[in-house]
Design a protein around this ligand. Structure first.
Ligand SMILES: [Zn+2]
Ligand SMILES: [Zn+2]
Length: 234
């Protein structure tokens, strides 16, 4: 079955994420757009993932637990898991390795924790957008050990991407997928990788339309992640 997706969405926990990126707003917008599956991917934190999963509980929308990690080389990578516990294990390692720099909400934006009813339940004080202590190689290893899926984010971006920072995708990183924002760029990667087009939404209106799909055997998070790990193209 074809599942229309957006695997890269920020909530109001990301300092650059709009404060309207609340769990229910995201879930409802994804449903309005006709998506079947989304992933919540805040910078170096998974603090709003459960609230978003809970907000979608009575709906048909699948919410994949995820995170966008900033590696020590300042490469952004999307990590996805089929369960919250494994993501939380990774999150603790990542979070603890992020330098203890205090967020300046006036400059970077607030980092808001929410519950599943869109109530503010706290604010993250540590700045989440700095590089963590894991390089892309150790991050790849750890995510794989924990049973998750990892792929480099927006590889066509001129900063915070694996191509801009390393010049190429090292062969020892056995990614099955890459995320490309602009389909016209990096067309050669379609030969070796599943090409993911996600929104990297920081505002509600940026969430993807019903345009990109993945063909999975069933409508479950495991089915989607299984497909992302397979060698064949989508
Ligand atoms: Zn990014
Ligand atoms: Zn992002």
């Amino acid at each position: 079955m074809n599942l229309y997706y957006d695997f890269h969405i920020h909530t109001c926990l990301s300092p650059c994420g709009d404060e309207d990126m609340t769990p229910n707003n995201i879930v409802n917008m994804a449903i309005i757009k006709g998506l079947d599956v989304i992933a919540i991917t805040d910078h170096n934190s998974a603090g709003n993932v459960k609230a978003c999963m809970d907000a979608a509980k009575e709906t048909e929308l699948l919410v994949i637990p995820g995170m966008e990690v900033t590696t020590s080389e300042e490469i952004h990578a999307v990590v996805l898991f089929d369960n919250l516990d494994s993501l939380k294990t990774l999150e603790k390692l990542i979070y603890d390795s992020v330098p203890n720099v205090k967020n300046k909400p006036d400059i970077f934006g607030r980092q808001i924790f929410m519950d599943s009813e869109d109530n503010e339940v706290g604010e993250e004080e540590k700045l989440l957008i700095t590089a963590c202590g894991f390089d892309i190689f150790s991050l790849y290893k750890k995510v794989t050990e924990l049973g998750g899926v990892i792929f480099p984010a927006h590889i066509d971006k001129s900063s915070f991407s694996i191509l801009s920072n390393l010049g190429a995708i090292p062969r020892e990183l056995k990614f099955r997928a890459v995320e490309i924002k602009n389909a016209q760029k990096c067309t050669e990667y379609a030969l070796d990788y599943k090409v993911i087009h996600s929104s990297d939404a920081h505002y509600l209106w940026d969430i993807s339309e019903r345009e990109n799909y993945i063909s999975a055997d069933g409508k479950s998070i495991s089915d989607v992640l299984y497909k992302l790990q397979q060698k064949s193209t989508i």
